[in-house]
Design a binder for this molecule. Structure first.
Ligand SMILES: Cc1cc2nc3c(=O)[nH]c(=O)nc-3n(C[C@H](O)[C@H](O)[C@H](O)COP(=O)(O)O)c2cc1C
Length: 181
């Protein structure tokens, strides 16, 4: 049976958003069906047109553009991956806030959910972010821990987006599992 499920990737407002272009390009090049959605803040970092060109599909940002996008997305998603995931989106997910398309899709999703956090090491180490990540893990969300190193602002510590190859492998593993069950 042919599956019509797609990998749904949400991009949020982190400086690491440019790395998601490579991830999306790699997945589409390998023939995986990918759909991108973005938060409004993510568009300060990358334009929707880039992801539209890479996927050949419209990129949804505004929840009220057409119909019930979050429900359509949850129906088609084999995996919902948030790359990169900001401190803000992690906090909203952990607390059930649904005030845009990405957060509404998260709450509606019934597929495996994967988050790849990226932020300043101080933000990542903050009790609030750590508490929220623990909550999400308890809720069954897969977290791909950020790596350590020097971040764009010059600070050093854990907070860099996990490497694209490992995010890609995990997404493919989850997608293949979902379409064969
Ligand atoms: C230059 C710049 C880089 C930023 N990088 C990050 C980041 O890597 N991680 C993060 O959590 N927030 C980062 N922020 C802050 C977020 O953009 C901000 O919290 C925003 O509200 C996130 O919105 P969203 O979660 O709806 O996309 C950055 C802000 C600026 C101005």
């Amino acid at each position: 049976m042919i599956s019509h499920k797609e990998i749904v990737i949400a991009v949020t407002g982190s400086i690491a958003a440019y790395k998601t272009c490579e991830l999306v390009r790699n997945l589409t090049k390998e023939g995986y069906p990918v759909r991108v959605i973005m938060t409004e803040h993510a568009t300060h970092f990358i334009g929707r047109i880039t992801f539209e060109a890479l996927t050949g599909k419209p990129v949804r940002i505004n929840e009220y553009d057409i119909g019930m996008a979050h429900i359509e997305l949850k129906n088609i998603a084999s995996v919902f991956a948030v790359v990169p995931a900001t401190a803000n989106i992690i906090g909203k997910f952990a607390n059930g806030i649904a005030d845009d398309l990405v957060t509404s899709t998260y709450l509606a999703a019934t597929c495996p959910i994967l988050l790849a956090p990226a932020m300043n090491p101080g933000m990542y180490a903050s009790p609030a972010v750590q508490r929220n990540l623990q909550t999400l893990e308890k809720d069954g969300v897969i977290i791909l821990d950020p790596s350590s190193g020097v971040v764009v602002c010059g600070d050093e510590g854990q907070g860099k987006l996990a490497d694209i190859a490992s995010i890609q492998n995990k997404i493919i593993e989850l997608h293949n599992k979902e379409i064969t069950v």
